[in-house]
Design a protein. Structure first.
Length: 84
């Protein structure tokens, strides 16, 4: 399986990532091994989506990182605005 995940970081902003091993990736975030979040700890897992197809997962991650993808997440109350 491939997972798209959304983290809430200590700076109250979200981080969206993709992995095929969610437990290991969260552990790596928590141990400061992921550069994008190593200065933004602690983190909280807000949501994740599971896909069987790698390319579908990566395309969905790309969509969620776009303006319309962020709007989708806010509309469905998965995240708040990064500035809130």
């Amino acid at each position: 399986m491939y997972y798209i995940y959304i983290l809430l970081c200590s700076d109250h902003k979200t981080y969206i990532g993709c992995t095929n091993d969610l437990k290991d990736r969260i552990r790596r975030h928590q141990h400061r091994q992921i550069l994008a979040t190593h200065n933004r700890l602690p983190i909280t897992l807000l949501a994740y989506f599971a896909f069987q197809n790698k390319y579908t997962a990566y395309n969905f991650e790309k969509y969620l990182k776009s303006g319309s993808g962020r709007a989708f997440l806010r509309k469905h109350q998965l995240i708040k605005l990064d500035s809130e």
